[in-house]
Unconditional design. Structure first.
Length: 116
């Protein structure tokens, strides 16, 4: 699978988790946990965030964990000097979901519209 095909595949895969990610975003924002929720989409064991969908227990091939900018900084995934850049690139969580995808393409942030 080439890169453009892989991105289309990931977009389709993310789509099936949008409802649960949207609900979790609202909880994170409404509870003042963070203004910057981040969803980690992966297929391996991972100690990051709180699981909201686990591969094998839900329809789909991915596990989804909800995390935050603050956790990404504390675990040194985002360097403190890059916080302002991250915040400026981050899209309104009421409109978009920030997904950190760990796949064959490596690790990357994707912002997807919340509307299904």
């Amino acid at each position: 699978m080439n890169k453009p095909e892989m991105f289309l595949f990931l977009e389709r895969e993310i789509h099936q988790y949008k409802t649960v990610m949207g609900q979790a975003t609202d909880v994170v924002l409404d509870s003042d946990v963070s203004k910057f929720p981040i969803f980690v989409m992966h297929q391996q064991q991972l100690e990051l965030g709180i699981p909201i969908a686990e591969k094998g227990k839900v329809k789909g091939n991915w596990s989804i964990h909800v995390s935050s900018l603050e956790e990404f900084v504390s675990k040194q995934i985002i360097n403190p000097e890059n916080i302002e850049k991250f915040k400026s690139d981050y899209k309104d969580p009421k409109e978009h979901i920030c997904v950190f995808v760990l796949s064959e393409l490596g690790a990357q942030f994707i912002h997807v519209p919340r509307k299904i």
